[in-house]
Design a protein around this ligand. Sequence first.
Ligand code: ADP
Length: 397
Amino acid sequence: MKILVLNSGSSSIKFQLFSMKNDKVLAYGLIEQIGEPSGQVKLNSIHHKEPITKTLHIKDHEEGIEIISSFLIDEKIIKGLDELDGIGHRIVHGGTVKEPELINDSVLKEIVSFSALAPLHNPPGLAGIKAAQAGAHKVPQVVVFDTAFHQTIPPHAYMYALPYELYERLHIRRYGFHGTSHQFVASQAAKELKKPLSKCNIITLHLGNGGSVAAIRGGKCVDTSMGISPLEGLIMGTRSGDIDPAILFYLAREDNLKAKDMDTLLNKKSGLKGICGTNDMREIMLGIKNGDERSKLAFDMFCYRIKKYIGSYLAVLGKVDALVFTGGIGENAVDVRLEVCSGLEAFGIKIDKSANAKRGNIHVESKTSNVKILVIPTNEELAIAKQTQHLIQQIRA
Ligand code: ADP
C-alpha cells in the first residue's frame, strides 16, 4: 500500500510518500514560496543521496501537486497519482472532531467552518486538499486533524471561565494542537513501558518551534497546554504562551495596539526570540556558553514554564508512568531535559545525567526513578499515513 502524506501551508507543501508494507519513506520533499516569483523545490527519493533542488515560479498548490506527481513518475516510484492507495492530509483545526475522516463535500464544509478558528492554517490546508483532489480524483483522501487527540479532554479542563454564551455562540474553548504527535509518542512510550496504552498515564512534551504538553490518562488526553489556538501554554520559538491578558489592554491604551498588531506581537515577536533575539535553541545554547545573559534568561524561562506544566499535570494525573520528550528541542536539547527535570526528584522523576547526554538513548531516567523519562522522536507524517491506511482499510472491508 502506498500512502502520500501532505502538509500544506499558505505558500508551501511538504510531502512524504510511504510504502506501508514496512513504513518505508519512498520519497519526500518540500515546495516553498508558492505564488512568489521564485518558488523553491526540494525533492528526495530512495534513488538519490542528495536532494534535487529547483527554483521556479509555482503558480498555486495545484502546480505544486503536479511537480510532486511528475517527480514521483520520473523516479519510477509510481506511474501516476491515481495509483496511490490513499492521500492523508494534515489539517490543523478540526474543532471537536475526534477521528480522521474520509474527505467528501460535507467534510470539506466542516474544514471551512473551522477556518474562523484557524485562519492562518485551515485555508491553505484546504487548498492542498483541493489540489490533490484535482490531481488524483480517484484516490481516497483522508484528513487527520491536529486537534483530534485532545477531544477527550473533559469540559472542566477545556472551558474558559468566560460568559458561557461565548462558548455556545463562538465555540470559544480549549481545542489543543500537536495531537498527532502527542498520540504517536504516547503509543511508542506504551511499548517502552511494556503496557497497553490504555493502562498508561503519561505526560508528553512536544518541544519544537511550537511547543505543547499533554496529560494522558489511560491513553486518553485529559488536558493540554494549547488552547483555542496554538498560542497558549509554553514559551515557544516566537510565541509568548501564557500571559496575563491585561497586558493587551495596557498595550492597547499605551501604544494604541490593534488586534492585528497584538496577533503579530504574540505569535511572531515573542517567545524565545522576543527575549534573546533568536528562536533557535542551538544558538541560545551557544549564547549561554559565550556569557550572553539574555540567552540564559530565555533558556531559564523556557524550562521553568515547562516545569510548571509538569507540576500541574502531575497533580491532574495523580500517578505518572512516564515523561516523554519529543520535537526538535525535546529530542536534541540535552540541557533543556536536564534543567526541566532537575528539582522534580521529590515527585519520583530522576534523570540520569550521562544517559541523557547520549544521543539516541530512549530511556534517560536513573535506575531509582519512579517515573520513566523517555526521549522519543516524533513522526507525525508516519502517524498520518497509518491513520489514513487504517481508515481506508476499514472502508474497503
Ligand atoms: P517545528 O515545530 O518547526 O517542526 P522542530 O521540531 O524542528 O520545529 O524544532 C525546532 C527547534 O529544535 C529549534 O529551536 C531548534 O533550535 C531545535 N533543535 C534542533 N536541533 C537541536 C539540537 N541539536 N540541539 C538543540 N536544539 C535543537
